[in-house]
Every structure is written in C-alpha cells, then in structure tokens.
Design a protein around this ligand. Structure first.
Ligand code: FAD
Ligand code: SF4
Length: 450
C-alpha cells in the first residue's frame, strides 16, 4: 500500500492510503492466475466475478472492469477501502499459498477511483412496476437493498434518521480511512437509479409505524447503533464517551473544527480508549489527530487484537500506545475524568479456539492507574432497539437482533431485515450481502403477487 508518512498524516484527516497507481495496478492484475474454480469469488460475500474484473484490468480495459464489479457491488470504492479482504476474497486467493495473495481490494478500489475520474455509467433500470418499497436506514444494507429494488423497477423510499446518508460509513469510519466525498458519490449513484432518500426521518418517531407497514414491502436496515458500556464505576463522569458518540461528534458534526462547527468534544490531552476492534482503533487514531496522547487498553495480548492487522500497524505507527493484558476496573475523577484504574490480566489458559482466557491477576502490583482526562469505550454495540420495540410482532433474538429466515424475511410476511440489525455488529460487505439477498426475495415476492 502507498501510505502517507505517519508523522505527517497524524496531524490531518486526509486519506492515509493513496491507492495503487495505474501501472502498479496492471502489474498486480497480471499476477492473477485466472483459476478455473476461483476460491476468491467464494470468499466475497457478494460474489463479484473477481477473475473477470482482474483480467479486464490486466488488459487495461478499466471501464469493463468497473461494469463487472458493479454488476454485483454498487459500492466498490467503499468496499475496496474498508472490506477486511485478508479474511474474505484475498484470504482465499490461491497465490497466498505461494507467497502474497493478489491485492483484490486495492484493485477494486483502483477501478472504482478510475471510473469516478473518467465518468460513471449507470446500470440499467427495469420499467416501473407500480410497487412501493420502504427501506429503513441508509447504511450499506439500506443502500444496497435500494439499488437492487430500484434496478427491478420498484418505487423505493429510504428513510434515514440522520441528516446525512451512509450510516456507519458516514458517522463511524473516519475520513482518513474512508473519505466522505466517496461515500456521498457512491450513494448518489444509487439515488440516480430512482430511489428517493428522506433524511431526518426517524421511523417510529417522525414516520409512524402504521405508515411504514402500508408499503408493499419493507426492508429494515437500521444497524447496530446501540453502544455497550462496561458498567464500571465512574462511567457518568464528564469526558467519558461511547465510541459511537465520540466518532459521530468528530466525523459527522466536525467537532475537530469547533467553534467553526457548533458541536464540541472534550479535548483530552491524554485519552484512554477501551477495546481492541476496528472501532477502538478508529477512536484511538481520531484522538491522536485531535492532538492527544492515546492509550489503547485491551484485555488480551497485542497479537489477539481483533482489529485488522493493517489498522493496528497504522495506529502504532501514528503513536497509539498499546496497553495490552489489562482491563479497566474504575474511572477516576469528579466531576471530570482524571484517571483510569486497570487490573493486569493473566493469559495462561487458552480456550478451545486457542485464544487466551483473560483472568484478572490478584495481589500486589496487579493494579495500575493511567492519568487520563478522557475515556472512550469501544467494547461493542448491539442492534438499534427503537423499531423492533415498537412492532411487537417482529420476533427478536436474545441480543435484540431481528430474526430472519434464509430469505431475509422477518416474522411479518412483507417485512424483511438485513445488515447489522439482523446479524448483530458485523462488516460492511456482510451487511451488503444480506441486503442483496433480502432485496431479491422482495423482488420475487412482488413478482409472484403480480
Ligand atoms: P448502519 O451502517 O449502522 O446503518 C444503519 C442506518 O439506519 C443509520 O444511518 C441509522 O441512522 C439508520 N436508522 C436507524 N434507526 C432508524 C430509524 N428508526 N429510522 C430511520 N433510520 C434509522 N466494517 C467493515 O467492513 N470494515 C471496517 O473497516 C469497519 N469499520 C468500522 C468502524 C466503526 C467505527 C464502526 C462503528 C463499524 C465499522 N465496521 C466496519 C462495521 C460496519 O460499518 C457495519 O457492519 C455496517 O455499517 C452495517 O451496515 P448497516 O447498513 O446494517 O447499518
Ligand atoms: Fe473482496 Fe470486499 Fe471486493 Fe468482495 S467486495 S471482492 S470481499 S474487497
């Protein structure tokens, strides 16, 4: 990857990875062996014809490559940047047995960026069917479903509670990983297919549930925006944020540019981020860009961090201090945060999967305190409870996720659900894959009704 130097990028929110230049992309594409039974396609949750688009790049037919990708994925510039390719398409590439896998994600991003610069072709849309479909949420699930439904000729209305579309793509993932003009551009391509977007519309509040259920079909893609907290002493102090709130304030409300924009964020000079996933890594790197000394506190070892390896390396290069094998037990201060007390964790015992089971150490020296003036908790989030709470007929799983069958259908026959609200917090491309599946079931259902 072509990364900007850490000591420069840590002072701004510009994209860290500059992508592949054309010549490098073509050379990379020439590494593909064009396997007759490509494992990479099976590794992609939306089954892009990967060998075909890579072959088009190798022949410098970039427009064809874009057409092939967009047959299955309307958000390629986004996926090329944020998909955990190492566990998906790229992780299944046969070349990894001989050395390095083909950089499928980087090639997908190259094609999408090339097309954006050279003019975009809109996919064909079927003639109007006269059917009305409502989509709740404009995250990757909602947008993907809207593109499939609009392509089939249905009249699609997307309801989004926030003032900006994109869900986590806009409010969660920071601009230095996913520039916001790219999110806007790819969503605009879907809207150009005829879907209508109604921002500032909260279904269940400003849009009554009765109105929603009157549509011929409904797809719920309301995500997993409910932050979990540790439940430790001191969480109500000033300066404690959930990662969702912290990232939303900076990414969506531009708190980094307060008072030019009117949302502030407490600017800690020393920040503790609790957690080890992508959300924790994003929070830590955002806090570094706000000028803070940042400790990332994680209960297992550094090699167990669940975040993408590239993002962990980027965070370390940018100066995030990894405090591993430690668990917070108390946030200190009053009324504002002044420190965080942690206990060291013992990592001797392994679970069935080989991961260590963290157990708190006892006795002298097992506890330590970090002086911090802000704490960001990034320990996970659950399904958004508003809608499912208002519609008792919607069956829910033990964690609050809406239960769906293999077709994405809920316990109400014309209501479908996809993305994090159905699966629990997952990934962009899994949300898109489940949305495509549900949208195709809706298309089938509406066609059968006719
Ligand atoms: P969301 O993206 O959450 O979108 C749901 C939308 O529904 C939101 O816009 C919300 O405002 C709206 N909504 C909710 N309730 C209502 C209502 N009642 N009425 C109207 N609108 C409503 N995944 C990756 O693959 N790679 C990454 O690098 C990555 N990084 C991440 C970083 C962060 C900080 C976070 C939080 C997540 C990250 N993920 C990543 C996970 C990924 O972003 C999610 O899995 C994905 O966005 C889920 O898509 P979704 O459409 O189901 O939900
Ligand atoms: Fe790989 Fe994601 Fe692109 Fe599929 S969408 S080919 S998983 S990078």
């Amino acid at each position: 990857m072509n990364l900007r130097p850490a000591d420069i990028r840590v002072h701004d929110f510009e994209e860290v990875d500059e992508g592949l230049p054309e010549q490098t992309a073509v050379l990379e594409a020439l590494r593909c062996m064009e396997c007759p039974r490509p494992m990479c396609v099976q590794g992609c949750p939306v089954c892009i014809d990967i060998p075909a688009f890579i072959s088009a790049i190798a022949h410098e037919q970039f427009r064809d490559a874009a057409r092939i990708i967009k047959h299955d994925n309307m958000l390629p510039a986004i996926c090329g940047r944020v998909c955990p390719q190492e566990n998906q398409c790229q992780g299944s590439c046969i070349m990894s047995k001989k050395g390095k896998p083909v950089r499928i994600g980087a090639l997908e991003r190259f094609v999408a960026d090339w097309e954006r610069e050279h003019g975009v072709e809109s996919p064909e849309v079927a003639p109007p069917t006269g059917k009305r479909v409502a989509v709740v949420g404009s995250g990757p699930a909602g947008i993907t479903a809207a593109s499939e439904l609009a392509r089939a000729g249905h009249s699609v209305t997307i309801f989004e509670s926030l003032h900006t579309a994109g869900g986590v793509l806009s409010y969660g993932i920071p601009a230095f990983r996913l520039p916001k003009d790219i999110v806007e551009f790819e969503i605009d391509q879907v809207l150009a297919m005829g879907a209508e977007l109604r921002l500032n519309h909260i279904v269940g509040r400003s849009v009554p549930v009765d109105e929603l259920l009157r549509y011929d079909a409904v797809l719920i893609g309301s995500g997993a925006g409910l932050p979990y907290f540790m439940g430790i002493e001191g969480e109500n102090l000033n300066g404690v944020y959930s990662a969702n709130e912290f990232l939303t304030r900076v990414n969506l409300m531009h708190a980094d540019r307060f008072p030019e924009f009117d949302t502030p964020v407490i600017r800690g000079s020393r920040v503790a981020v609790i957690g080890g996933g992508n959300v924790a890594m994003d929070s830590a790197r955002v806090a570094r860009r706000l000028g803070a000394k940042v400790y990332l506190i994680y209960r297992r070892r550094e090699e167990d961090l669940p975040a993408r390896a590239d993002e962990v390396r980027n965070a370390i290069d940018e100066g995030v201090d990894m405090v591993c094998c430690a668990n917070p037990v108390r946030i200190l201060g009053g009324p504002a945060v002044s420190g965080i007390e942690c206990v060291r964790m013992d990592m001797c015992e392994l679970d069935a999967s080989g991961r260590p089971i963290p157990r708190p150490l006892k006795g002298e020296g097992s506890r330590f305190t970090l002086d911090v003036d802000m704490v960001v908790e990034a320990i996970g989030q659950g399904p958004n409870p508003l809608l499912s709470g208002l519609i008792p007929e919607l069956k829910r799983g033990p964690k609050g996720n809406i239960l769906v069958d293999d077709d994405g259908r809920t316990s109400i026959p014309h209501v479908f659900a996809a993305g994090d609200i159905a699966t629990g917090a997952a990934t962009v491309i899994w949300a898109m894959g489940s949305a495509k599946n549900a949208a195709r079931s809706i298309n089938r259902m509406l066609a059968e009704e006719d």
